[in-house]
Ligand binder design. Structure first.
Ligand SMILES: *[C@@H]1O[C@H](CO)[C@@H](O)[C@H](O)[C@H]1NC(C)=O
Length: 145
C-alpha cells in the first residue's frame, strides 16, 4: 500500500470511527451542582439570626410568616442551592425545623443562617434572644415538608 493510500484509508477511518469516539462528550453528571457538592453533603455549624424577608436573592418574595432562611454567600453558590430545604437544629434546646433557602446572606459566616421570624421562633420562642447556635443539613433536591 502506498503511503498516500495508507494515509487516505487512515483519514477515512479517523473521520468515520475514531473521531466520533474522541469527540463524544465526557459523561457529565446530571446535576453539576450535586457533583460539586456545594455543601449539600456536609453538616454545617453556625449561628442563627433573624431578618424580615421580602424580595430574596433567589428571585421570589417571602414574608415573615414563611419558614425560610438566607444562607452564606459561599453556600448560596450563585443560586445553585436556591429553594432547597434545610433541616435545622437549635443545638442549645434540641428543637428542629425544616426551612427553605430563598435568599443569600452576604454577612453570614459559612455555616450561619439568617432566618425569617417564623423559622427563628420555631427554634427559639424568644426573638429577643437574637442569636443561638445551630447545626443543619440540606434535604435532598425535590424534598418538600
Ligand atoms: C417563598 O416564596 C416562593 C415564591 O416567591 C414560594 O414558592 C415558596 O413556597 C415560599 N416559601 C415558603 C417556605 O413559604
Amino acid at each position: 500500500m502506498s503511503f498516500a493510500r495508507f494515509f487516505f484509508v487512515f483519514a477515512l477511518l479517523f473521520a468515520t470511527v475514531l473521531c466520533p469516539v474522541f469527540t463524544s462528550p465526557i459523561p457529565v453528571p446530571e446535576d453539576l451542582a450535586d457533583a460539586q457538592d456545594l455543601g449539600r453533603r456536609t453538616t454545617h455549624n453556625g449561628q442563627a439570626t433573624y431578618f424580615y424577608p421580602g424580595d430574596g436573592a433567589c428571585g421570589g418574595y417571602n414574608g415573615s410568616g414563611d419558614r425560610i432562611v438566607a444562607i452564606s454567600q459561599q453556600i448560596w453558590a450563585g443560586g445553585h442551592n436556591c429553594y432547597l430545604y434545610v433541616h435545622i437544629t437549635n443545638t442549645k434546646t434540641g428543637k428542629s425545623v425544616y426551612s427553605q433557602v430563598v435568599d443569600e446572606c452576604p454577612e453570614c459566616s459559612s455555616g450561619s443562617l439568617d432566618m425569617s421570624p417564623r423559622t427563628f421562633k420555631d427554634l427559639d420562642s424568644n426573638l429577643d434572644d437574637g442569636v443561638f447556635p445551630i447545626q443543619w443539613t440540606f434535604m435532598p433536591k425535590g424534598w418538600r415538608p
